[in-house]
Design a protein around this ligand. Structure first.
Ligand SMILES: [Zn+2]
Length: 95
């Protein structure tokens, strides 16, 4: 007797949750570019740093655009072009 009422109760909240997930994904698209890009190695950092932990350069710029994420620098042609040797986020254009 109790098994039938349980499945009825569980069925309703799961459909409501799926609708909520879609609206959250749409909000994430409007994310602004924040952080600093290193002029030495092009790596992008979200924290407020004074020196690049990757190459040690103190030349950091907050004005950059077109950032890419490199997962495997050994297999990526973009990593070769940018001179990226470690996986991470890199800025293509730094002002
Ligand atoms: Zn650097």
């Amino acid at each position: 007797m109790s098994a039938l009422t349980r499945s009825d109760v569980l069925g309703l909240p799961s459909t409501r949750r799926r609708k909520g997930e879609k609206s959250d994904r749409f909000k994430a698209r409007g994310e602004k570019m924040t952080g600093k890009a290193c002029k030495g190695c092009r790596m992008v950092f979200t924290e407020d740093i004074e020196k690049c932990p990757n190459c040690g350069s103190a030349e950091l710029s907050a004005k950059f655009s077109s950032q890419i994420v490199i997962f495997d620098p050994a297999k990526s042609k973009m990593a070769e072009k940018l001179g990226a040797k470690v996986p991470g986020r890199y800025a293509v254009r730094i002002k």
